[in-house]
Design a protein around this ligand. Structure first.
Ligand code: PNS
Length: 160
């Protein structure tokens, strides 16, 4: 049986933290669909096409990964790609409430959908796309927190 999981997010932009969760997921799934929400709750800095392109660059050559964008409900998209597992990274207690709500809502929408939480490497637990955007926006150095392609894209976008 092929085990398919979906790793959804805004990926605005993809960080080393996301990369870490993707690599950890590939230890126990056969195929991981990295799914970028076309319309995330907050207005994104990067368009969905840009976010997908950055994911493709960063994950080039990583076997078992498929990169897609999705519109609408995650539970429906999980059906479309045949995924029964949702992977989410859990960095801190502050993430928990939102993640817990989301996992239960997704289960309500699609009963067989199991959410699996993965803990990132310790040195990446403080990292989020929003912090990366903020620091880069003020001209701070994020080169250790994102792939060089993402660093370059941030400079172009933010004029750094
Ligand atoms: O990286 P993020 O912003 O924390 O990702 C949130 C995301 C995109 C996974 C979540 O907002 C989502 O699944 N959106 C799709 C719409 C949906 O299904 N909403 C109900 C989930 S409870």
């Amino acid at each position: 049986m092929t085990r398919i999981a979906i790793y959804p997010g805004s990926f605005d932009p993809v960080t080393r933290g996301h990369e870490d969760i993707i690599r950890r997921s590939l230890r126990f799934v056969d195929r991981l669909v990295v799914a970028a929400a076309a319309q995330p709750t907050k207005k994104p800095l990067f368009s969905v096409e840009e976010r997908i392109e950055l994911l493709q660059t960063v994950l080039k050559g990583v076997a078992g990964v498929e990169i897609r964008s999705f519109d609408g409900l995650l539970a429906n998209f999980a059906d479309t790609v045949g995924a029964e597992i949702v992977v989410r990274g859990l960095r801190a207690v502050s993430d928990f409430e939102y993640e817990f709500q989301m996992a239960l809502m997704n289960r309500k929408l699609k009963h067989e959908l199991e959410t699996v939480f993965l803990v990132p490497a310790l040195h990446l637990t403080f990292l989020s796309s929003s912090l990366v955007r903020e620091v880069a926006g003020f001209g701070g150095d994020v080169s250790e927190l994102v792939d060089p392609a993402v660093d370059a894209a941030l400079r172009v976008k933010l004029g750094g």
